[in-house]
Design a protein around this ligand. Structure first.
Ligand SMILES: [Zn+2]
Length: 331
């Protein structure tokens, strides 16, 4: 029997030190991506999570799915996936937003959950990085979904022999005009390695996307929601220690190449391919429909959040949402 060299090559690329992280993010300019569906078998948990309704499907049914919707809060202590009803951050955000003070209202907007749609995709300009997870803004995901639901296209546009999506991003535009999504001409789309389909992540069981999950173990309540919470928690605590001890080694690890660890890297914990931001950098970001430009005052490496001064106001923004302002960085 021969080794599957193509697959090994991909694994090598994923696991090499400082190699591409398994989280992809849309860059300014043209992004060329192929979106993959993932197979999922319905479990009892899915009903509790609200992924399916028990009246529609049965446990054990199998489906090909595309996305998982995740709402996240970005707090001073780190990012945290919203747990839905009873979420203290949502309540706090609501309270602040209802305040008379402008700055409280702003804080409320910052603290409110941001909704994104995670998908498996391959960056066609960087196929060596393999299948990555990407959090698409709703406008982009809706555009993708429109193509998939359109009988003229359908789900054959997904996967290795599917078609590329051209996603243009201009962070200087207002959020509603920031992205444009087109399907690439069929003749220009090349078939990708069919084995890539085996590398997709089941987003419905991916720990980093679970409600209550946080990159900060002090905030993380996701484990407690599972049945064997105690076992899980102990394991997590032990793991957190191991992680601290072995941080460098962990950095070299890819999100997906270690089953045990698969949930422990979050979207905002970027690989080395993510742009690095430091104090004094000029950056832009979105805030409630506005694109703001400011200067980084401080970067919290632990929670991956930067404090940014815009005129007289300070904002805490996750690093992954920042874009380098043209004047200070070269692309
Ligand atoms: Zn919430």
């Amino acid at each position: 029997m021969a080794l599957n060299k193509k697959r090994l090559e991909r694994s090598k690329n994923r696991s090499k030190g400082g190699g591409g992280g398994s989280f992809h993010r849309l860059q300014d300019g043209r992004n060329l991506v192929r979106i993959f569906s993932f197979p999922h078998e319905v479990t009892e948990d899915d009903f509790a999570k609200g992924i399916y309704k028990s009246s529609d499907v049965d446990v054990g049914d199998q489906f090909d799915e595309i996305e998982r919707e995740v709402a996240s809060h970005f707090t001073d202590e780190g990012s945290l996936n919203c747990i839905g009803s009873g979420c203290e951050h949502c309540e706090e955000a609501k309270k602040l937003s209802g305040s008379k003070s402008k700055s409280d209202q702003k804080l409320g907007r910052q603290l409110s959950a941001r909704r994104r749609f995670y998908v498996n995709l391959v960056d066609v300009d960087d196929v060596a990085s393999g299948v990555q997870l990407s959090a698409l803004p709703s406008s982009v995901f809706n555009a993708v979904l429109n193509y998939v639901m359109d009988p003229d296209f359908g789900e054959e546009i997904l996967g290795a022999d599917g078609r590329d999506f051209i996603i243009d991003r201009d962070s200087k535009e207002s959020p509603d005009k920031m992205y444009s999504v087109r399907l690439r001409d069929e003749k220009k789309c090349e078939d990708l390695d069919a084995g890539l389909q085996d590398d997709v992540t089941d987003l419905f069981t991916c720990k980093a996307l679970e409600p209550g999950w946080s990159s900060n173990s002090d905030l993380n309540t996701a484990a407690e929601e599972t049945d064997d919470s105690k076992v899980e928690k102990t394991r997590k605590q032990k793991k957190a220690k191991d992680a601290a001890k072995d941080e460098k080694e962990k950095k070299d690890h890819d999100f997906k190449d270690d089953d045990e660890d698969s949930g422990d890297k979050a979207p905002w914990e970027k690989g080395d391919d993510a742009p690095e931001f430091k104090e004094g950098d000029k950056v832009t970001f979105e805030d409630d429909g506005e694109t703001l430009t400011g200067v980084i005052q401080e970067v919290d490496e632990k929670s991956k959040v930067a404090e940014i001064k815009v005129k007289k106001d300070l904002y805490d923004i996750p690093l992954e949402e920042l874009t380098a302002a043209k004047s200070s960085r070269k692309r």
